[in-house]
Ligand binder design. Sequence first.
Ligand code: 13P
Length: 264
Amino acid sequence: MSAADAGGTSDRLPLVAGNWKMNTTVEEGLRLASDVRDATRDVGGVEIVVLPPFTHLWPLRDLLRGSHVQLGAQDVFWETAGAYTGEISPLMITGWCDFALVGHSERRHGRGETDVQVGRKFAAAIAAGLSVIVAVGETESERDGGQTSSVIDRQLDAAFQPFSAPPNADVFVIAYEPVWAIGTGRTATPDQAQEVCAHIKARLVERWSAPGARVLYGGSVTVENAAALFAQRDLDGALVGGASLRAAEFAAIATAAAARARVA
Ligand code: 13P
C-alpha cells in the first residue's frame, strides 16, 4: 500500500510540540512559555504544544489559558489512582491539559519502560480524554542491523494492542524519533524520516485500520533543517527537544511547519 492510500494527512494541520524534558525551573518555564506564546502569536496554520515538566503544568495552564499554545505532559501512568508513589495519573491532568506524551525513548531505554507498558499508558490517557503523542523509534544498532521497520511495527502493535477499536485519528499522533538522532545533532535525513513516517502510516492502516493520524519527526530538529524535513510528504510536524527551549527558534520551526501546510 502506498502512503497515499494510507490516509494521507497533508490536509491535516501540522503539529509542532516542544518536549522540554527535565529542563527549567518553574520560574524559567513560565518565562519560556510566555515567550513561546508571544513568538508564535502570528503563526497560523499549525498546532503548537509545549510539554514542560509536571511541576510546571498547573501554573502554565493559567498562563496559556485561552491562547493558541496547547499544554501537555511528558508522561502519564497507566493506573487512574492508587499506591504508585511518584506517578501521575492521566485523570490528574484531564480537563485542563490537552496532551500526554508516552513512549519517549528516554523512558523506554533510560527508565526500562516496555512496549506493553507504553500501550497501557496510551490506552489510559485516551480513556481519560487526553490527546496522546506516542513516540517510537529504533536505536542505532537496530538500524544498522536492518531492523528499523520491525522495531517500529513491534512498538506500534504493542501500543495499539490494548484497544478493542483504535482511537480516532484526531486524538493521537505518532512521533518517529530515531534514538540515534535524539540530542546528538545527527538529524535523520529528510529521506530517512520520510521513509519511516510513510511506513508508520501504512502500518496503522494495514494492521490497525487507523488511517488519518498525523506522524511527527523528532531528533535534532533545528531551524536549519526544519524546512527540508517538513517538505516531505508524510511528515506532519515535529517533536522538538533542545530547540524548544529557545522560544525564537521554536517559533521559527513552527513557522516552517505552517509554511508546509500552505503549499501542501
Ligand atoms: P532533540 O531535539 O534535543 O534531539 O530531542 C528530540 C526529542 O527527544 C524530543 O522528544
